[in-house]
Design a protein around this ligand. Structure first.
Ligand SMILES: Nc1ncnc2c1ncn2[C@@H]1O[C@H](COP(=O)(O)OP(=O)(O)OP(=O)(O)O)[C@@H](O)[C@H]1O
Ligand SMILES: [Mg+2]
Length: 516
C-alpha cells in the first residue's frame, strides 16, 4: 500500500513539474545584455510561443537551452532536475532538439541517409536499410505526413526539408522541440502543414517552443505566449483572452497603432518593361515563361505566387544576375541585354535579396563594409584609391540611425546583428537614396511588428518619391495592402495582372495554384 502511495505522489510531482525551468539566465555580448536575468517556465505537452522585438534576446535564449550559447549566469532545470547543457549533443541527450533556419542537412545524401546519419541501424557491419526504412516510415506516419526517402535532400522542397529536420530530432528521441521563426522560409501551404505537425506533436505530449514575429501564428497555434523585451521576460499570458492588437502593444511596450500608409501616387513612365521574358533555373529548366509586364514610376507592383514559381529567376534576370533565354528587358526604355549588374545599379536599381545571409549581406564583414559598396565612388568616402575610414564609419552610423538598426556599431561584424536588424541594415543600404527601381524580395521577413510598419512606410514613401517597385512576398495581406497592381504567377507564367483593389487572399490563392 505504502509503496503504491509513494508511486502516485511521484507521478503527480512529475506531471505538475515544469518541463523546462530557466532561472536568472544571463548572457552578455560585450556591452550588450542579450539575456538579462531570464526566468521562464514551460509546461510539458503544449505549444509555447516566444515573441518580442528584433534584438530582444529570443534566439539567444533558445540557443542557450540548446547548448549553443554558454550563459554567463543562471540555471536550467528539466523536470525539476538541474542540468548543464554545454553542446547540442548534450541537449539531444536531454531530449532537446532545435530546428534551425538554415537546415543542417547534407544535401547530396538521401532523406533516409540524413535521417539515420550518426545512428545507423545495422546488421553486423552493414547498414540495415530495410530496418532504417521501416523506422523512417513509422516516423512519417506518426507525424501524419509523407517523405520521399530515396530522394537526395538537394531535390526536396523547403517544407519537406523542414519536416525531415523534425523527424531527425524525433529519431533521436527529442521531446522538446525548438523552432526559431520556422515559417519565414515556408509558403503559406507549407506553414499550414507544419502547424498540423506541431499540433500533433504537442498532442502526443511533446513540448514545442516556437519563436515568431507573425502574431496570427501565435493565436493559431500556441496556448501560452511569452513576451521578451531588451533581454528580459515582460510577461507570459495565455493566448485565450488576448488578441494580436493587445499582443503587439505588449511587444512594443506602448499602445501600438499601425500608421496609416500613404495612398497611391500618379503613375509615371515605365521604368522596367519585360517582353516575353523567359529564364531558366540553375538546373537549366525553364522557370519563367514568356513574362510580359511593366513597372512604372510611382507604383508598387506585387508578385503573388507559390515559392519557386519563377519569382527568384525573374528578379535575377531584371538585375542582371541571370541571362534570359528568351525575350527582352528594357530599363528606362533602353534594352539592357549585355549590361552588367553594376551598370544597371548605376541606373537606379536597388535590390533586397530573399537570401539575406548569403547574398544580401556579408556576415563576416563589418556593418560599415556592408553599407559602403554602393557609395564607393563617393569622393567623401574614398579618394585616390584610399578609404576614408572615419568618414565611412560616420556614413554607416547615419544609416544605422535612420533605419533604426540596433545592437551593433559600424565596426562590428554583421553576424552579430539579430535577424531583423540585419534586414533593416540591408534595407537602409538599398533605399537610403530613393531608387528608380526597387526589386524587393520578402522585405519584411524576420522583422518585428514595429519594423514591418516602418518598412511599409518606407516603401510607400519611396513610391511617393517616384520609385517603381516590384514587390515579392508570401504575405498575401501585405501584397494586397501595399501594391497598386498584382501579377499572379503560376508555374512560371503570369496568369493574372489585376488591380490590387480587386484582389482578395482567397482569389489570389486560387490563381496561384492554377485553380482559377
Ligand atoms: N554572436 C553575437 N555577438 C554579438 N552580439 C550578439 C551575438 N548574438 C546576439 N547578439 C546581440 O544580442 C542581442 C539579442 O540578439 P538575439 O539574436 O537573441 O535577438 P532576437 O530576439 O532573436 O532578435 P530577432 O527577432 O531579430 O531575431 C542583439 O542585440 C544582438 O545584436
Ligand atoms: Mg532571432
Amino acid at each position: 500500500m505504502e509503496h503504491d502511495h509513494a508511486g502516485q505522489s511521484a507521478l503527480v510531482h512529475f506531471v505538475t513539474e515544469a518541463r523546462i525551468r530557466i532561472r536568472g539566465l544571463r548572457k552578455a555580448y560585450g556591452p550588450i545584455l542579450a539575456n538579462d536575468g531570464v526566468d521562464l517556465e514551460i509546461t510539458r505537452g503544449g505549444i509555447h510561443a516566444i515573441v518580442g522585438e528584433n534584438g530582444a534576446g529570443k534566439t539567444t535564449l533558445v540557443r542557450a537551452v540548446y547548448g549553443l550559447v554558454e550563459p554567463d549566469a543562471g540555471s536550467i532545470e528539466l523536470d525539476g532536475q538541474r542540468v548543464t547543457i554545454a553542446s547540442p549533443a548534450q541537449a539531444i541527450q536531454h531530449g532537446i532538439g532545435m530546428v534551425h533556419q538554415r537546415f543542417q542537412l547534407v544535401e547530396p545524401l538521401t532523406a533516409l541517409e540524413n535521417l539515420t546519419l550518426g545512428d545507423l541501424p545495422h546488421k553486423g557491419v552493414f547498414f540495415d536499410r530495410p530496418a532504417a526504412l521501416a523506422r523512417a516510415r513509422a516516423l512519417a506516419a506518426e507525424l501524419g505526413t509523407t517523405m520521399e526517402w530515396n530522394r537526395a535532400v538537394a531535390n526536396l522542397s523547403v517544407g519537406a526539408r523542414q519536416r525531415l529536420e523534425i523527424m531527425r530530432l524525433l529519431y533521436r528521441k527529442a521531446d522538446i522541440l525548438i523552432f526559431d521563426e520556422p515559417t519565414s522560409v515556408l509558403t503559406p501551404q507549407e506553414a499550414d502543414d507544419l502547424f498540423r505537425v506541431l499540433r500533433r506533436l504537442a498532442g502526443q505530449g511533446r513540448t514545442i517552443i516556437f519563436i515568431t514575429h507573425k502574431l496570427r501564428e501565435v493565436f493559431a497555434l500556441a496556448e501560452q505566449v511569452t513576451v521578451m523585451r531588451r533581454g528580459r521576460i515582460i510577461t507570459t499570458v495565455p493566448t485565450k483572452g488576448s488578441d494580436p492588437q493587445a499582443l503587439a502593444s505588449l511587444i512594443v511596450g506602448e499602445q501600438f497603432e499601425r500608421p496609416s500608409l500613404r495612398g497611391g501616387t500618379e503613375r509615371g513612365a515605365a521604368v522596367i518593361e519585360a517582353d516575353r521574358l523567359s529564364v531558366c533555373d540553375d538546373l537549366g529548366a525553364l522557370s519563367l515563361r514568356e513574362a510580359t509586364f511593366s513597372v512604372h514610376a510611382g507604383e508598387i507592383v506585387g508578385v503573388a505566387g507559390i515559392e519557386g514559381s519563377g519569382q527568384r529567376e525573374l528578379v535575377e534576370a531584371l538585375l542582371g544576375l541571370r541571362h534570359p533565354v528568351g525575350g527582352s528587358i528594357r530599363l528606362h526604355g533602353q534594352p539592357v541585354a549585355g549590361t552588367s549588374v553594376w551598370d544597371r545599379r548605376k541606373r537606379g536599381i536597388a535590390f533586397i535579396s530573399e537570401d539575406r545571409d548569403g547574398e544580401g549581406a556579408c556576415l563576416p564583414a563589418t556593418l560599415a563594409e556592408n553599407v559602403f559598396p554602393l557609395e564607393r565612388y563617393d569622393p567623401d568616402l574614398a579618394r585616390g584609391g584610399r578609404l576614408r575610414t572615419s568618414a565611412i564609419a560616420a556614413f554607416a552610423r547615419s544609416v544605422l540611425t535612420r533605419f533604426n538598426v540596433r545592437g551593433a556599431a559600424p565596426n562590428s561584424p554583421a553576424r552579430s546583428l539579430s535577424g531583423g536588424n540585419l534586414q533593416r541594415l540591408v534595407l537602409g543600404r538599398e533605399i537610403r537614396k530613393t531608387p528608380r527601381l526597387l526589386l524587393a524580395a520578402h522585405p519584411t521577413r524576420g522583422v518585428d511588428v514595429r519594423g514591418i510598419a516602418f518598412i511599409h512606410e518606407q516603401l510607400t514613401q519611396a513610391r511617393a518619391d517616384g520609385a517603381a517597385t516590384l514587390l515579392i512576398s508570401e504575405e498575401l495581406s501585405e501584397l494586397i495592402e501595399l501594391s497598386d497592381r498584382l501579377l499572379v504567377i503560376f508555374e512560371g507564367r503570369i496568369v493574372a495582372d489585376l488591380p490590387a483593389a480587386q484582389a482578395t487572399p482567397d482569389r489570389l490563392g486560387l490563381l496561384m495554384t492554377g485553380a482559377a
